[in-house]
Structures are given as C-alpha cells and as structure tokens.
Design a protein around this ligand. Structure first.
Ligand code: ADP
Ligand code: ASP
Ligand code: MG
Length: 407
C-alpha cells in the first residue's frame, strides 16, 4: 500500500513540530509505504520573498524560483533527519530528484510529467521518501532549472505524486480539521464538511479558500484521486474531496463561502469604445502570465469606456508594467489602482439549477449595508467585489443567510 501525506508550513513551523510529524509518519510507515511532501517551515517563503524585495525591485524569475525552493529543501532534509533519529529509514529528495518535470514558466510552473523511477526505487529499499513540496525542474537535463509551482503549491506536489504512483491514499495535513463552510478563522460558526466535490472545492480554492491549492484539486479530479484534508496534530475525521455523490438531480445548495482579500482592482479609464481594445489589453496581461478576474466594462459615453479587472496583489507591479505600453498606445485617460477591495463568493452545485441565489446574496449584503462594486458568476458560484474592510461582515452575513451553520 502506498500513502502520500503532505504537511503544510504551520505543521512543520518549528523543530518540535517536525519531530511530532516524524512520529506520525513513523506510525503510518508501520503499515504502508509512505511518501511525505512538506512545505517550508512556517513563514519561510514570505521571509525569503521579503529578503528578495529588499535587494531588488523586481527580482528575476529564475533567481526567485531558486531562492524559494530552498524553504522546502530545508524542511524535507530536517524531517528525514528526525525520522532517522526514530530509527526509521528515510531519504529526502528535491522536487527535481523526485522526478517532477515542469514547464519553464517561473513562479507558477505547471507539472508536465513525473518520472517515478527514483521514487519507486527508494520505496523498494523500504525508505520513507520525504519530498520537498512546491517545486520541480525543467526538462533539459544539461540546462535544467529549478522551478516553483505557485504559492500553496505543495498540495499540488502531493496530489501529483499520488496520481503518478497510483497511491492508495492521499492525505493533506494542515492546521484546521478539514474544509469548512467558511474560513473558520473568520466565521466562528463555520462547520466542517465531511465531503465536498472537486468542482465545489475548485471554486472555493479559486476564490480564496487557501486550505487547498486549486491545481491540486484539478489534478485530483483529472486522475480520480480522493483527497483527505485533515488536522496534522489531532486524530479527528477530516474532509474528503471527491466526485459528487450520484443523487441524480439532488444537488447541494450553497456549500460554502469563500473570500479573498489578496486582490487589487485596476481600472483603465477613458479607453476608445471600439472593437479590439479589450483583446489588446488582456492579451498583454496573458503574455505576462497574469491571471485576471472580475472584468467589467462600463457603458461608454462620448466614445470612451472604462475597463476594470482584478489581479492578485502579488501581480500588481507586473500587471502595471505589462499594460503600460498598451494604455499609452490607445491613449487611455488614466490607470487607477484600488487595493481596498476583496472578493466574497457563494459556492454550491445547486446554484446551477436553482434561481434565487443571487437575489438572496444581494439581499443579505443590503441588510448588512455592504455595497457591491461588481459581480461575476460561474455555473456554481456567485462572486461580489466589495470593500476590503467589510469582508468579515460579508462572510458572516452570507453564512447566516444561507444557514450554513446547520447540518
Ligand atoms: P498549510 O500551511 O497547511 O498549507 P494553509 O494556511 O495554506 O495551510 O491553509 C489552511 C488555512 O486555510 C486555514 O488555517 C484557514 O484559515 C484557511 N481557510 C480558508 N478557507 C477555509 C475553509 N473553507 N476551510 C478550512 N480552512 C480554510
Ligand atoms: N511554501 C510555499 C508557500 O508558502 C508552498 C506551500 O506552502 O505549499 O506558498
Ligand atoms: Mg497551503
């Protein structure tokens, strides 16, 4: 039996915590072949980013990847040492050594393939294999570079390895008991879910529920890996992310509320209201590998319109740089940046087939005196952009309105 476990940053934040994780892994290793994926200790990744920024206004992608990958390399080596001290055979590997080949895109490289030969050999030698999460290596052997998978990417390492090894179990251990109806740190009445579908989890994760990396959920769905999310320090049942139960037309109403305060709204004001403008603007953002969300174009007056969209805070400088030349070419009046915004979403597969959710959401916001700046939807999600300082109120208002505290 092969088990892939992943321990997140807060679960390996100190040497004491690493020692505790080693004990848990040792227990599991009595009955299974174990591959453990670890994140960097505590806030290591943030600290490395901050050091890079102190030295360079826009650090080069390649150096940034190489720097950030060290966090996971340290924690994986330390965990292997802790296992040795318990008398357990263990070996730590970087992402590249574990055979994780990615595209070259820096900062959020996607995994192209995994060569599991080394992993299998180490498992055959009765080793617990500790893999540094969040990283891989580009393909060309003589020019291979270290890449990283994007913030929160160790989850993706774990699910990808589980898929490649056809593991019997994929377990993501973190600092909460599982996936909740809302971030339990914001909504005290949030309820832990026993199960959630890939589709719903993907929407939650994509809209800020950072308990799972979106791409990990995507891979889980693609390769049919059931993903257990559970607490790294307690033995309590977690949440299983899996295919939606087949109950014909019975669907979950709203499953959860997601929020994301890590967004910035960029408005390109006074652009010519004519075909091709949006495509030029968004093509340049896409070329710079910047994800764009909540796009709104106001009705033009006197031949001019305002285009606004949101990007992740971390992409703001890159986005400004990317659109600079286009906005001057099209003679846009001005570019306005607003960081005082946040997204709040309701997610549930029942939204698809039942009208009335939007109205209920907007009514709840109205009652809480929360102004909606813009709205986007998917089949199973409605997202509103609101002022950042109203996020907590908004999450709580929606949690109550959709009666999520009740089982
Ligand atoms: P790790 O370091 O283990 O990867 P993360 O900090 O990335 O942990 O993710 C866990 C955090 O996700 C929790 O501490 C919690 O605050 C947050 N979170 C946000 N939304 C949810 C949710 N719906 N359910 C559970 N946790 C959530
Ligand atoms: N250490 C990385 C981060 O902080 C990856 C991870 O924790 O999953 O984003
Ligand atoms: Mg995480």
């Amino acid at each position: 039996m092969i088990v892939v476990q992943k321990y997140g940053g807060s679960s390996v934040a100190t040497t004491e915590k690493i020692a505790a994780v080693a004990k848990r892994v040792a227990e599991r290793a009595k009955e299974a072949c174990v591959v453990v994926v670890v994140s960097a200790m505590g806030d290591t990744t943030d600290e490395l980013i901050s050091m890079a920024r102190q030295l360079s206004s826009m650090p080069e992608d390649r150096e940034m990847d190489k720097l950030l990958a060290t966090g996971e390399q340290a924690s994986s080596a330390l965990l292997a040492m802790a296992m040795h001290d318990l008398g357990i055979r263990a070996v730590s590997l970087t992402g590249g050594q574990a055979g994780i080949i990615t595209e070259r895109t820096a900062g959020r490289a996607r995994i192209l393939k995994i060569d599991v030969k080394r992993l299998r050999e180490e498992l055959n030698k009765q080793n617990v294999v500790v893999v540094a999460g969040f990283q891989g290596i580009t393909e060309n052997a003589s020019w291979a570079d270290i890449t990283t998978l994007g913030r929160g990417g160790s989850d993706t390492t774990a699910v990808a390895l589980a898929a490649a090894l056809k593991a019997d179990s994929c377990e993501i251990f973190t600092d909460v008991d599982g996936v909740y109806t809302a971030d339990p740190r914001i909504e005290a009445d949030a309820r832990k879910l026993d199960t959630i579908s890939y589709e719903e989890m993907l929407e939650m994760a994509g809209q800020g529920a950072r308990v799972m990396h979106s791409r990990a959920v995507e891979l889980g769905e693609l390769y049919d890996v059931d993903i257990l999310v559970a607490n790294s320090t307690k033995d309590v049942p977690g949440t299983v992310i899996k295919k939606e139960d087949d109950e014909m037309e019975v669907r979950n109403p709203v499953r959860g509320i997601a929020h994301d305060t890590d967004v910035t709204r960029i408005t390109v004001a006074g652009v010519p209201d004519q075909p091709g403008i949006a495509s030029r603007l968004f093509a340049t953002l896409a070329h710079s590998n910047i994800n764009v969300d909540v796009i709104v174009q106001n009705v033009g007056t006197e031949g001019l319109a305002d285009v606004s969209f949101t990007v992740q805070d971390a992409d703001l400088e890159k986005a400004k740089k990317a659109i600079g030349p286009v906005t001057s070419e099209i003679e846009a009046r001005e570019v306005v940046v607003d960081q005082n915004v946040a997204k709040v979403s309701i997610v549930g597969s029942g939204i698809r087939s039942n009208p009335g959710y939007a109205e209920k959401m907007f009514t709840a916001f109205a009652a809480a005196e929360i102004n909606i700046l813009s709205i986007t939807t998917s089949e199973i999600r409605i997202t509103c952009l609101i002022a950042r300082n109203q996020v907590k109120n908004a999450v709580r208002a929606l949690h109550r309105a959709f009666e999520l505290e009740k089982a």
